[in-house]
Write a protein that binds this ligand. Structure first.
Ligand code: AMX
Length: 458
């Protein structure tokens, strides 16, 4: 079978049956315990959510249906006739197939999905364009993005069918799938619209090319390729244009999902559990991603690297770097880009981003910020260990991602999170299709008021 929807149609009853059996036979089996610390500590580490596709291993990092990032780089197919294709970098389209089906696609399957997304993404509906054009240019890019996504719910097939009463519960997944694909397909257009609204007086910087892939179109709509689709605002030559598109593919391929409990994924899942459609659900995810403790970390790292560089004589000056880090810690500040709530090793997404820089030495050799980013990994973990508080002294993905985009000219730091938001759609929305397919219920944990909480304190 080569069509994603047909595969889903086959898989859903099988998996639904499996889940029903698990519920029937093991429904009362205990998985975890809730303590007062977890209740008051953001439910940290509580095993209380079902998330089908990804799971975070504290040492190996994120796994996509059991595959690490390195496995994905090896196994996800590279597609022929893809603009500037880097042999090591997979397209997010291939990852979307893996997320939804649990299987690595064939080249043919991935090609069909790529073409289908490009078809669905060719034009932003006029009413969305109009709504977004009226937004103040200085409205936060993530607010604009969330508004654009939520506005698309006018076209939601799920919402329309539900209102008409024309579908039963067993069919909910099908229109959710249609909404999901349509939304993902339109994200390059929405991101381009936000970028031109915020930074180019609303004037388009590029156009959508139906023959190209999803990440290429994000770049062309930002005006950042040297092809005829784009204004080429950075004056890229062929190589730089292709490298930037490959960086975008890499970034948007590895940020798709980080299991279910992170704020953007959880918010999408929670809102979706009320049978809100894919557009409303994911606009909530975007609102969560806009928070400084979640999606905004990459910009913090960029600011930190630039500030450090202006305070030290050279990015190779180990002693000054060490002193700078200690001055931060001694004034009770964190070292941005280091540490993680769950991971206990270097984030493999960081490794993948740094590997990109290492494979393009001529591009980055004079970039002081990228140099500093690379040198820090040999210094910061030692300092953090000596400091003695941080559970994980190693770099997370944000330590590398923002500064690479910055290098290519994305200097509008608030916009990084919009690119993150394009990528993160793929995981939580694949889950939403399965939430409907498996008929998962509305989420409704029990909360305790202070009086009830105190009753546990005797
Ligand atoms: N620099 C200095 N101190 C740090 C630190 C860092 N990079 N990381 C953790 N610590 C401190 C914590 O502030 C905490 O101190 P406290 O006891 O005085 O409150 C102590 O070490 C223990 O924290 P932890 O269990 O190791 O981490 P956590 O789960 O509470 O927090 C995180 C995780 C990411 C918020 C934290 O490591 C941090 O603030 N890192 C820097 C900011 C950053 O890189 N954020 C991006 C995270 C990636 C992402 O999710 N996008």
């Amino acid at each position: 079978v080569i069509d994603l929807k047909t595969i889903l149609k086959e898989q859903i009853p099988i998996r639904k049956n499996e889940i029903q059996k698990i519920k029937k036979n093991y429904g009362n089996k205990k998985i975890d315990e809730i303590t007062i610390n977890s209740l008051l500590g953001g439910m940290r580490g509580n095993r209380s959510m079902f998330w089908r596709s990804t799971s975070l291993d504290p040492n190996l990092g994120i796994k996509f249906h059991g595959l690490t990032i390195e496995d994905c780089q090896k196994n996800l197919p590279k597609l022929p006739n893809t603009y500037g294709q880097d042999e090591k970098i997979f397209l997010p389209e291939t990852m979307l197939w893996l997320l939804i089906t649990g299987e690595v696609p064939t080249v043919e399957q991935a090609m069909i999905l790529k073409v289908e997304l490009a078809k669905r993404g060719r034009k932003l509906p006029d009413y969305v364009d109009k709504v977004m054009s009226t937004l103040p240019k200085d409205l936060h890019p993530m607010t604009q993005f969330a508004i654009g996504i939520a506005t698309l719910n006018k076209d939601s097939q799920f919402r329309e069918n539900y209102e008409k009463g024309s579908i039963g519960k067993a069919d909910y997944w099908e229109s959710t799938y249609e909404d999901t694909l349509n939304l993902i397909a339109l994200l390059p257009q929405l991101a381009g619209k936000v970028y031109s609204n915020s930074y180019n007086n609303g004037q388009p910087l590029g156009q959508f090319n139906e023959n190209e892939d999803w990440s290429y179109n994000i770049c062309s709509l930002l005006g950042m390729t040297n092809t005829s689709d784009s204004m080429n605002i950075q004056n890229f030559d062929d190589k730089k244009s292709q490298d930037f598109v490959n960086l975008m593919r890499l970034y948007t391929g590895i940020h798709v999902d980080h299991e279910g409990g992170n704020v953007s994924a959880h918010a999408t899942h929670l809102v979706g559990s009320a049978l809100s459609d894919a557009y409303l659900s994911y606009s909530s995810g975007i609102m969560g991603l806009a928070g400084p403790l979640h999606g905004l970390a990459a910009q913090e790292v960029v600011r930190f690297l630039i500030a450090m560089n202006s305070n030290i004589s050279s990015p190779n000056d180990k002693k000054s770097i060490k002193d700078y880090l200690w001055s931060l810690l001694n004034s009770h500040k964190v070292i941005p880009g280091y540490g993680h709530a769950v991971l206990r090793q270097t984030d493999p997404r960081w490794t993948a981003m740094v590997d990109f820089a290492k494979r393009h030495p001529e591009e980055f050799e004079n970039d002081k910020n990228v140099m500093l980013m690379q040198n820090l990994v040999n210094i910061a973990p030692g300092v953090l260990k000596e400091h003695g508080k941080t559970a994980n002294p190693y770099p997370n993905v944000d330590a590398a991602s923002g500064i690479l985009f910055y290098h290519y000219g994305v200097r509008e730091l608030l916009f990084f999170t919009v690119i993150f938001g394009c990528s993160r759609a793929l995981g939580p929305l694949s889950q939403l299709v399965w939430d409907r397919g498996l008929g998962l219920p509305i989420e409704r944990p029990k909360s305790l008021d202070l009086k009830s909480l105190k009753e546990y304190c005797d």
